[in-house]
Design a protein around this ligand. Structure first.
Ligand SMILES: [Fe+2]
Ligand SMILES: [Fe+2]
Length: 554
C-alpha cells in the first residue's frame, strides 16, 4: 500500500513537472498569456464614468443605472442595488436616497483600473487555460502549434474586446434595457463555433469557458450571463459537429434560437431579474442566433486562407461525392475508390470511439491514395484479378512505384488545396513501414536489399487521425485475403494487425494508448463484419486476388 501511495505521488509530481517543462510549449504560448493579461486589464478598466455626482434637488441629466450588484451603506439604512437597476431617470428631481445611491455608483466607478478584478481574472483565465494543454486522462495533450495559439489568442481578443465595446456603447446611452439587450444579442457562441471547426473536444470546451467568463465580466452580467453564453456556445459546437453540409448549419438557426430562449429563461430566474422587456430580450436572442450563423460563414474562409486550416465546412465540401477530384478518382481507378470508401467507413467509427476528429479522418481516408492516379494499374485493387504488372518488374522498381504514390498524393492534395491536415494524413498514412512482399522477393532473387530501400519514407503518423487512417488502411486491404470470415476470425485478424503496427513503433509519435488501439479494433471489427456480410451476399466480389501481392494493396 505504501508503495502504491509513493508511486501515485511520483506520478502526480512527474506530471506536474512535465506540465511546467518549457520545452513542451511553443514559444508562441507567450502571445496567449499576453492576450489573457490584456483582456483581464480591459475587463477591470472603466473607460468612462457612468455618471456624475448630483446634489439632492438637482435634476438628472440622464438615466443613472447600477453597473453591478452592490451594497450601499448609508447609516442607518442599507440599500441593495441590482445590476441594471435604474436609480434615477432623466428629468427626475434627485432625492436624498437617490443622491446616496448615485454617489455609491460614482465611487465604485472611480478607479480607472480595478486591480483586484483584473488580477483575479488573469489568474483564473491562466488556470482555465490549462484545459487547452491537458487531456482528461491526465496526460498532456498534443502540443499546440504556434498558429493554433495565435488563433485562440486572436479569437479571444476580438470577441471579448467586442463585448467590452458593446457594453461601453450601452453605458454611453445610459439605457439599462439597451445594455441588457446588447449582452444577450452579442454572438459570443460564434467564437466557440469557429474553434470547433478546427479543434476537437476539450479545447473548444476550454475556449468556451474562457470566452464566456470574459464576456460575462465585460458586460458585468454575472453568473447568469456567463451561463447564457457558455451554454449557447456549447450548443453551437454541437450543431456544427453534427452538420453534414452548409445548409444544415443554416437550418441550425431555429434550434439554436429555441435553445437560447430556454437558457435565457433559466439565466433570468438565476439572476432573480424581473423581466420587463420580454419582446426586446427575445428579439436580442434572435439577433444573436442570426449573427452567430452569419459569423460562422463569414469567418471560416479566413481560417482556411489565413491560417491554412481545413475547417469542417471545407471538409464537408470535400466529402461531397460530386466533387471533381473524387469523380476523377472514381472513373480512373475504381478499385482504389472502393478501397478508400471502405477505409472511410472504418475510420469514421474508429475516430468516434477514440475521440478523434471523425470528419477529418473520413475525408483523409477518401483521399489517402489519390497519388495512385499516375499508375493505377500497379496497385492490386485496380487489377481486378488480371495481369499483375509487378511480375515483370524488378522488386526495387516496384517498391519505388509504391513509394511514389505517397509523394504524388501530397502534391495533388496541395495543388487541389485540400489543406495541411489532409496533406499530413496522406504523407503519413504508411509511416515508415516496410513493404515485405517486395523485400522478400528481392531476397529470394539473391539480392541483399537494404530495408530502408523497401520502406516508405514516412514520417510516422503525428496525429490521431493519420494513425487511424494508417490502421484502417492496412485492416481493409489485408482483410480481402480472409477466407471464411467469421466475426471471431475477423476480430483475431484485426487484433494481430493493430498489435504488429503498435509493436513496430509506427504509433510512437501519436497520443494513442493501448486502450485506444483496443477501442479501434472493436469498432473496425464491427464495421468489417457488416461489410463481409454484404460481400457474402454479393459473391462476385473476389477475395483471393490480393494474395498475389499483399504489399501493393494499401
Ligand atoms: Fe490505401
Ligand atoms: Fe497508400
Amino acid at each position: 500500500m505504501k508503495n502504491l501511495i509513493t508511486q501515485t505521488n511520483s506520478g502526480v509530481f512527474a506530471s506536474i513537472r512535465e506540465f511546467f517543462s518549457p520545452h513542451r510549449y511553443d514559444r508562441g504560448v507567450w502571445i496567449f498569456v499576453v492576450a489573457l493579461f490584456a483582456l483581464s486589464v480591459m475587463a477591470g478598466s472603466h473607460f468612462e464614468k457612468s455618471t456624475r455626482i448630483y446634489a439632492a434637488g438637482e435634476v438628472a441629466e440622464h438615466n443613472v443605472i447600477a453597473e453591478r450588484d452592490m451594497q450601499v451603506e448609508a447609516e442607518p439604512v442599507h440599500y441593495h442595488l441590482k445590476r441594471g437597476e435604474i436609480v434615477a431617470r432623466k428629468g427626475d428631481k434627485i432625492s436624498r436616497e437617490q443622491q446616496v445611491k448615485i454617489q455609491a455608483i460614482y465611487d465604485d466607478a472611480q478607479d480607472v483600473l480595478d486591480p483586484r478584478l483584473a488580477g483575479g481574472l488573469f489568474t483564473l483565465s491562466l488556470l482555465l487555460s490549462m484545459g487547452l494543454f491537458v487531456a482528461p486522462s491526465g496526460k498532456l495533450e498534443t502540443p499546440l502549434a504556434r498558429k493554433d495559439i495565435l488563433l485562440f489568442s486572436l479569437l479571444l481578443l476580438i470577441f471579448c474586446s467586442g463585448a467590452k465595446a458593446f457594453h461601453l456603447l450601452g453605458m454611453h446611452f445610459h439605457d439599462a434595457a439597451l445594455l441588457t439587450n446588447f449582452s444577450y444579442a452579442y454572438p459570443m457562441g460564434a467564437a466557440s463555433g469557429l474553434v470547433v471547426m478546427v479543434f476537437a473536444a476539450r479545447r473548444y470546451y476550454t475556449f468556451g469557458l474562457l470566452s464566456s467568463m470574459f464576456c460575462g465580466v465585460m458586460f458585468q452580467g454575472g453568473l447568469a450571463l456567463f451561463f447564457f453564453h457558455f451554454l449557447s456556445g456549447m450548443f453551437v459546437t454541437w450543431l456544427v459537429k453534427r452538420s453534414q453540409s452548409r445548409q444544415d448549419v443554416i437550418w441550425a438557426l431555429f434550434p439554436h434560437f429555441l435553445f437560447q430562449l430556454a437558457v435565457w429563461f433559466g439565466a433570468t430566474l438565476l439572476a432573480q431579474n424581473t423581466v420587463t422587456d420580454y419582446p426586446g430580450q427575445m428579439i436580442s436572442i434572435a439577433v444573436n442566433s442570426i449573427l452567430t450563423i452569419l459569423l460562422l460563414f463569414a469567418v471560416s474562409p479566413i481560417l482556411e486562407i489565413a491560417f491554412g486550416y481545413t475547417t469542417r465546412f471545407r471538409l464537408m465540401e470535400l466529402m461531397n461525392l460530386e466533387q471533381p477530384l473524387l469523380q476523377e478518382l472514381m472513373l480512373s481507378m475504381p478499385g482504389t475508390y472502393h478501397h478508400s470508401f471502405l477505409v472511410a467507413n472504418l475510420v469514421e467509427a474508429g475516430a468516434k470511439a477514440v475521440g478523434a476528429n471523425s470528419l477529418l479522418c473520413k475525408v483523409g481516408a477518401l483521399f489517402h491514395d489519390i497519388g495512385k492516379i499516375s499508375h493505377p494499374e500497379y496497385f492490386i485493387e485496380n487489377q481486378f484479378g488480371g495481369e499483375n504488372k509487378h511480375d515483370r518488374l524488378a522488386p526495387s522498381m516496384s517498391a519505388l512505384i509504391l513509394i511514389s504514390h505517397v509523394k504524388k498524393g501530397v502534391e495533388l492534395a496541395e495543388s487541389n488545396r485540400l489543406g495541411q491536415e489532409i496533406c499530413s494524413i496522406i504523407r503519413e498514412h504508411h509511416g515508415t513501414r516496410l513493404m515485405p512482399y517486395f523485400f522478400h522477393k528481392a531476397v529470394e532473387m539473391g539480392e541483399s536489399p537494404r530495408p530502408e530501400d523497401y520502406s516508405y519514407p514516412g514520417p510516422r503518423p503525428r496525429s490521431k487521425e493519420a494513425a487511424i487512417v494508417m490502421l484502417a488502411d492496412v485492416v481493409e486491404a489485408s482483410s480481402r485475403v480472409l477466407t471464411d470470415p467469421t466475426p471471431a476470425r475477423i476480430a483475431g485478424h484485426i487484433d494481430k494487425i493493430l498489435h504488429d503496427i503498435f509493436v513496430e513503433g509506427q504509433l510512437d509519435e501519436v497520443d494513442l494508448t493501448f486502450k485506444d488501439v483496443h477501442k479501434l479494433s472493436v469498432s473496425f471489427c464491427r464495421i468489417l463484419t457488416g461489410l463481409f456480410h454484404q460481400r457474402i451476399a454479393y459473391p462476385e466480389v473476389k477475395g483471393h486476388h490480393s494474395e498475389k501481392n499483399g504489399a501493393g494493396a494499401t
